[in-house]
Design a protein around this ligand. Structure first.
Ligand code: SF4
Ligand code: SF4
Length: 474
């Protein structure tokens, strides 16, 4: 379908020129109420992001995402591959939560919480403003010849960007391999750890590329969440919106003229100063309506509020509002769709909390050795061989481990291990065991046995196995 004239802006993205080249965005330095709040939130989150891998709780790294060794710590709680069902549950909760949040408040996550926005707008962009100055100075610098000033400013900026990218890459690595290992590698000879040094340099290069050059393109063309919002938003979602009713009125926007009665002339409150466009880090004009490029950063709200204040008009021409609020003056309310998401979220969260409480600190798995049935031994004893795995998820060694059979009279013999052994903290111990039971004790060819795992006299885990025997016992 041919786009109408007003919709033609949707044909291209705001950061592309007519001939398909990148239109570099030079956003004006934001200031105002929302920017102040965003700074507070961002610096809090930056502290969290940069310190989490270095904080320990009961000896456990606060957050660890060691995919290679399949070890994860969330808020100091260790999770093992055996807890994968909890990861699946938490991912489901995350998806429903983001869906609910996006349906209700649009892309608010992008503007306030996303690490990409926080690093870009609150770290790298602020350094850029500090070295190169605001929007106009940056444009001028980019257009001018390479002279001493340009080399000094660009060189300093890129050097600082590189150092910060390197720091972020190290923190990122601390999340992946653990801060202890990272410190060991840092203090050791880098050539002894080329397998880690190489990824570290790649991460540094990726972060540098993203923050020095790719920038808003991450949000516009790379981030899947940005794509998702177009299917989740509806007229009731609260987004950063231009009040076109007020801004355009009957005869549209018009440049400001002192002592002109705009209302009498039928012009709206928008004075077409373009400050909301100049401040936008994704280079769009929010007056065209909600667009996928908008990361809800609120910079245009602050900027327009400054303009409204300066011409003595009420603030809020651009504000958090839904399309229905602007069009029909309908205030935000929880819709049936949102109630549905809230119900699903509540149920999933309830199940997750339940599973979390049921989760054992010690996990035992006993499995039949593949290809083995049973062995008939002297004295009418039937023997089955199994492998066992014991995972200690706690931060303390578990001592004096032993296995006992519940209900059945029989013996459990461990191969190549003392009968009472230790499972060190955060470790997995595995081995082989034989269960021997008198034939007369068995009630059929398949017998369900419960194996109890003790630490000294304390029962710490139970698991079940199928014990095989001959078909008839009469
Ligand atoms: S900042 Fe406000 S007044 Fe200026 S162009 Fe944007 S919407 Fe209109
Ligand atoms: S339109 Fe406004 S809220 Fe959206 S990205 Fe641009 S400045 Fe931020």
């Amino acid at each position: 379908m041919e786009p109408t004239e007003n919709e033609s802006f949707r044909d291209t993205i705001g950061t592309m020129t007519d001939d398909g080249k990148r239109a570099w965005v030079y956003p004006k330095k934001p200031s105002g109420k929302f920017y102040k709040y965003r700074k507070i939130v961002s610096y809090g989150l930056l502290v969290f992001l940069l310190t989490s891998p270095f904080i320990k709780i009961n000896g456990n790294q606060f957050i660890l995402i060691n995919i290679l060794e399949r070890r994860f710590n969330i808020f100091g709680l260790p999770f093992w591959p055996q807890d994968f069902y909890l990861v699946v549950m938490s991912m489901l909760i995350g998806v429903v939560f983001i869906t609910l949040f996006t349906v209700s408040f649009g892309r608010v996550f992008c503007g306030w919480i996303c690490p990409q926005t926080i690093f870009m707008e609150m770290v790298f962009r602020r350094i850029e403003y500090w070295i190169e100055g605001d929007r106009n100075k940056q444009r001028k610098l980019d257009r001018q010849e390479w002279n001493a000033e340009k080399i000094r400013k660009k060189g300093l900026k890129w050097f600082i960007f590189l150092i910060i990218s390197f720091i972020i890459a190290n923190v990122f690595l601390a999340y992946l391999i653990g801060s202890d290992k990272l410190f060991k590698y840092i203090t050791g000879n880098p050539l002894d750890h080329l397998g880690t040094l190489f990824p570290l340099l790649i991460f540094t290069a990726v972060f540098y590329f993203v923050f020095a050059w790719f920038r808003e393109q991450v949000c516009i063309i790379a981030c899947p969440y940005g794509r998702l919002q177009s299917v989740l938003l509806d007229n009731k979602s609260i987004v950063v919106a231009y009040d076109h009713k007020r801004g355009e009125a009957e005869n549209g926007r018009k440049k400001f003229r002192k002592n002109e009665d705009r209302a009498a002339l039928g012009h709206g409150d928008c004075i077409d100063c373009l400050q909301c466009v100049n401040v936008c880090p994704t280079g769009i004009d929010i007056r065209n309506g909600t667009q996928l490029e908008c990361v809800n950063c609120t910079a245009c709200i602050d900027e327009c509020d400054h303009i409204m204040e300066s011409i003595n008009l009420p603030k809020g021409l651009i504000r958090y509002a839904s399309e229905d609020e602007i069009e029909k003056k309908v205030k935000f309310k929880i819709t049936t769709r949102m109630k549905g998401y809230i119900a699903v979220l509540t149920i999933l969260t309830g199940i997750f909390i339940g599973l979390l409480f049921l989760r054992n600190d010690v996990e035992a798995t006993v499995l039949r050795l593949p290809g083995q049935l049973y062995e008939h031994k002297e004295g009418n004893i039937i023997s089955n061989v199994f492998t066992y795995k014991l995972v200690n998820k706690t931060t303390k060694d578990i001592n004096d481990i032993s296995f006992k059979l519940r209900k059945y009279k029989g013996t459990i013999k461990l191969v190549s291990s003392n009968d009472n052994f230790i499972v060190p903290r955060q470790e997995l111990v595995e081995g082989t065991l034989f269960i021997e039971i008198a034939k007369s004790e068995l009630s059929g060819d398949k017998n369900k046995l419960v194996i109890e795992v003790y630490s000294a006299d304390e029962l710490i885990e139970t698991t079940t196995v199928n014990f095989l025997g001959p078909r008839s016992y009469n």
